[in-house]
Design a protein. Structure first.
Length: 84
């Protein structure tokens, strides 16, 4: 059995930006915010824009709820500030 980063992330059935969007969405849905900043950075590195990330968060509000999205949005703002 392999590991997520070694095996799953190396597969090319979906593009890197889609992989990061999926992971970001799942982390937020589960309330697992510890690794969210890392995946925001990875998403930006593979071409997802800040505006797209904000749009994804907005799109997730009805499915996940405002409290988790507010937390995720604040982490996004912190992440952007750290990398600038």
């Amino acid at each position: 059995m392999g590991n997520a980063y070694g095996d799953i992330f190396q597969r090319n059935t979906i593009e890197a930006d889609w992989k990061e969007i999926a992971v970001i969405s799942a982390l937020i849905a589960m309330g697992q915010f510890d690794q969210l900043g890392v995946h925001y950075v990875m998403a930006l590195r593979v071409g997802v824009t800040v505006e797209q990330l904000k749009g994804i968060l907005l799109h997730l509000v009805p499915a996940i709820g405002a409290p988790r999205i507010i937390t995720a949005f604040n982490i996004l703002l912190e992440t952007i500030e750290e990398i600038q």
